[in-house]
Design a protein around this ligand. Structure first.
Ligand SMILES: C[S@@+](CC[C@H](N)C(=O)[O-])C[C@H]1O[C@@H](n2cnc3c(N)ncnc32)[C@H](O)[C@@H]1O
Length: 222
């Protein structure tokens, strides 16, 4: 696998170009959808501290957040088993991330699940044995119900003590979903990142098993 420095250099070349190659040879613009370079660096640094072995990413788009995650693991000298859930990488993004991940030699370390996250995650939860992850990064569908189900279902798949990160905290839909999750799903915020006066990424620790709640339990959120 490429070193962390090589992965970083490929990532920064993409930012400078503002585009990636699609599978058909045309160009795929990366802005404004890709995770901002500074936020990617932050993600990478946190991953390097966490040293996760089994990782999950919901919403891959350009693949640059994926590169940052692998950079962090390379710094920590670990190679994760990484699962990406995204149904639109081919039709919506011209397979640009798939081309990038192939060129960077990461494809062999990645399981790609091309279903909507709600479908894929619910199926994982029902699987025997149930897959479990040390780290999950949520940056998929940004509607409230998607963010909420992504948080709920990943909190059932990330082992207690593991970490979930969610992007785009500045969006009211994400804020509401996060408020519900911290009040009701046994996750606690351990770090947040702001940039340009806006909250961006929250890191959450899966602290307890939410299935142990009393059946009447409900912490309101607004
Ligand atoms: C903001 S982009 C992710 C950006 C990515 N982290 C990057 O650095 O390029 C959102 C992604 O979520 C994906 N997406 C949209 N709806 C989804 C769903 N229901 N389940 C999983 N992924 C979804 C889109 O295809 C898109 O790739």
């Amino acid at each position: 696998m490429k070193s962390a420095d090589e992965l970083r250099s490929i990532r920064y070349q993409a930012y400078e170009a503002g585009a990636l190659d699609r599978a058909d040879g045309s160009k795929q613009d990366i802005f404004p959808h890709t995770l901002h370079p500074d936020d990617c660096d932050y993600l990478r640094d946190r991953i390097a501290e966490l040293k996760p072995a089994r990782t999950l990413e919901i919403g891959c788009a350009t693949g640059l957040s994926t590169l940052a995650l692998f950079e962090g693991c390379q710094i920590a000298k670990t190679t994760p088993e990484h699962t990406i859930i995204d149904p639109y990488l081919r039709a919506g993004w011209g397979s640009a991330s798939l081309v990038l991940l192939e060129r960077t030699g990461l494809t062999g370390h990645i399981t790609l699940d091309e279903r909507e996250s709600v479908v894929a995650l619910a199926e994982y939860v029902g699987r025997t044995p149930k897959p479990s992850f040390d780290f999950a990064f949520i940056d998929g569908c940004h509607w409230f119900e998607c963010a909420l189900t992504d948080l709920w279902l990943t909190s059932r798949l990330v082992s207690p003590g593991g970490v979930i990160a969610i992007d785009d905290l500045w969006m009211p839909a994400i804020q509401r979903a996060l408020e519900y999750a911290t009040g009701n799903l046994g996750v606690e915020i351990i770090d947040t990142r702001s940039r340009g006066g806006k909250d961006r990424i929250a890191f959450l620790r899966v602290a307890s098993d939410a299935s142990k709640r009393d059946w009447q339990f409900f912490k309101d959120f607004e």
